[in-house]
Write a protein that binds this ligand. Structure first.
Ligand code: ATP
Ligand code: MG
Length: 565
């Protein structure tokens, strides 16, 4: 499928539906033709690839239309939020290549203003203090087909509501004792219009406002008003907020403030993973993964650690475009994007992950030749390097067969192959372990006339293998990853199961690899193509004594077709 993926980020591609709306607004002079977007995370977890989509979209539109994009933390729930998350979010947005300049905002900066907005509603008789317990409120909301029941506190006087609200703020009541509710319509077919809660009591310190507040606005009350305060022109959010929009509009109108335009698009879902912050948190807390940045996680820090580049993720976001309907994007597309990027950038090296010892019987015992190898055929500026060659080498086990199948063109008894950037060799005999019959060594001869790059070296053979000089190879820990889940949609669990029942027990495999010495001092984050295998990135755990590589992605998807989808 890889070759069929068409890109829509090419100049002249047709506009997506959000761009169409924005261009129409610019044309008609709405908001003085300003474009101002924002990315509004709640700092209650690390960002994932779905957020990356939203970041690329919002910052991308800001850039494209010469506008601005704010970073705003929707920090309305002190119980679940933390500065750790704020810091990680900033790091991730920056790493993706976007800049909010001096526009770093927090809903908590607006708490006083939001409180004033609530007072406006109370004074207009559009909000009331309700003393029902959270359970009672939820029990009287009704269902989409059955109207809710009005609260017995619904018709409190404005004076009493003002008094109680002030006393809520002053800390007179315990958590859950009272809430402020909008007074809209308990019979509305839209459940979000049935007197939704807009303020609640939480006696918990907030990571920014400390103990200044013990009442906190609900997300739905803070979000739209924050957009309004920031004069956001296009509030882009995911589809599940479409049903909240009438409530947002109602609030803006009743309070009488600037109205941004909300536009919903389909959230990104990716196959073979989960994207809900709650589930990702659970994977971390219950140690199913090593942390938020485990390279199997769909988090931005996990992808970064795995070896993904910002360009590949931006490119992925562009390629999938914006949809109006929920869908699941094939994870192969993400892998396609990183292969494409690293193909241009990663230096080629040779490394053997599953070694088979080769002895060149006619090669001088102590000779070491430096073979010239091209660093990146896609990038002439990357130059060449020297790779040491000697009598004893490793090749991959898979590149040798004692009794070759008909389509096998690699090394086999009596056959010749080329060792990349070196010589043509011929297999003469094998040595086996007498106990178990396993091949321990393959003896070959090399043809000195076939040194790579020499004029007489043009003799053709069918197979070219990567190799590494046994004596010079650096040992490295290689972490190879598979999908985190064994099914395409782990959220869609069978009766009696949860997404955790679909975790892939073999999603991490650690092996020892033997890599050419040029990688010996590579620092964390450096990426290479191990020729014929895949792309590998130096892990943060790597040290001079113990090199550690993450497999970013194999060169081709090696899974059998039915699993590879
Ligand atoms: P929560 O359930 O905690 O609200 P969330 O994933 O919606 O989780 P937010 O921090 O509220 O997290 O998200 C910030 C922004 O990222 C929102 O505008 C949201 O619409 C967008 N976003 C979140 N998940 C996705 C996704 N999978 N695809 C596209 N955009 C997303
Ligand atoms: Mg959200």
């Amino acid at each position: 499928m890889e070759d069929n993926i068409t890109k829509n980020d090419v100049p002249g591609r047709s506009l997506n539906f959000i761009e169409e709306i924005i261009e129409e607004d610019i044309r008609t002079g709405k908001n003085e033709s300003r474009v101002h977007t924002r990315f509004p995370p709640e700092p209650n977890g690390y960002l994932h690839i779905g957020h990356a989509k939203s970041i690329c979209l919002n910052f991308g539109l800001g850039k494209k239309y010469n506008g601005k994009t704010n970073l705003r933390f929707d920090d309305t729930n002190p119980v679940k939020e933390d500065v750790e998350y704020v810091d990680s979010i900033k790091e991730d947005v920056r790493w993706l290549g976007f800049d909010w300049e001096d526009r770093e905002f927090y809903a908590s900066d607006y708490f006083e203003q939001l409180y004033e907005f609530a007072l406006i509603l109370i004074r207009k008789g559009k909000a009331y203090i309700c003393d029902m317990s959270p359970e009672e409120i939820s029990d009287t909301r009704g269902t989409p087909t059955r109207p809710g029941k009005e609260s017995p506190f619904r018709n409190r006087s404005v004076e009493e509501n003002l008094d109680l609200f002030a006393r809520m703020r002053a800390g007179e009541f315990p958590d859950g004792a009272r809430v402020l509710r909008a007074k809209i319509d308990m019979t509305s077919p839209n459940m979000h219009m049935r007197d939704p809660i807009i303020y609640r009591i939480i006696h918990t310190s907030h990571h920014r406002t400390g103990d200044k507040w013990c009442i906190y606005p609900m997300y739905d009350f803070a979000h739209g008003q924050s957009d309004s305060i920031e004069k956001i022109t296009h509030s882009i959010c995911t589809l599940e907020f479409e049903v909240h929009r009438p409530f947002y509009d109602w609030l803006i109108q009743e309070i009488g403030i600037y109205a941004p335009r909300q536009i919903e698009f389909a959230r990104l879902n990716l196959s073979y993973t989960v994207m809900s912050k709650r589930k990702l948190l659970e994977l971390v807390q219950n140690k199913y993964v090593s942390g938020w940045d485990d390279p199997r996680m769909p988090t931005i820090c996990g992808l970064r650690r795995r070896g993904y580049t910002p360009e590949s993720i931006r490119n992925f976001a562009d390629t999938i475009g914006v949809a109006k309907r929920d869908n699941v994007i094939d994870i192969n597309l993400l892998e396609f994007c990183i292969r494409e990027d690293l193909n241009k950038k990663a230096l080629r090296v040779m490394g053997v992950l599953n070694p088979l010892k080769i002895v060149l019987d006619n090669y001088p015992d102590d000779l070491v030749e430096q073979m010239e190898a091209v660093n990146n055929p896609e990038d002439p500026a990357a130059g060449i390097r020297q790779v040491p060659f000697s009598k004893e080498l490793y090749i991959e086990q898979e590149d040798f067969m004692e009794n070759p199948e008909s389509k096998f063109f690699r090394l086999a008894p009596g056959r010749e192959v080329r060792l990349r950037s070196a010589y043509i060799i011929k297999c003469e005999s094998v040595v086996k372990d007498p106990d178990n019959g396993r091949i321990t060594e393959v003896h070959c001869t090399y043809d000195p006339e076939t040194k790579s790059g020499m004029p007489q070296s043009n003799r053709k053979v069918k197979g070219t293998l990567h190799w590494v000089s046994l004596r010079h190879a650096v040992k490295a820990e290689i972490r190879v990853y598979d999908r985190l889940f064994i099914v395409e949609n782990p959220d869609n669990a069978e009766e009696g199961k949860t997404y955790k029942d679909y975790l892939n027990p073999d999603s991490l495999q650690v092996t020892t690899g033997y890599i050419e010495p040029s990688v010996a001092h590579a620092e964390a984050g450096r990426k290479f193509q191990f020729e014929r295998l895949g792309y590998f990135s130096v892990d943060y755990d790597s040290t001079a004594e113990n090199l550690v590589f993450n497999c970013v992605v194999t060169l081709r998807d090696r899974r059998p077709k039915e699993n590879a989808k």
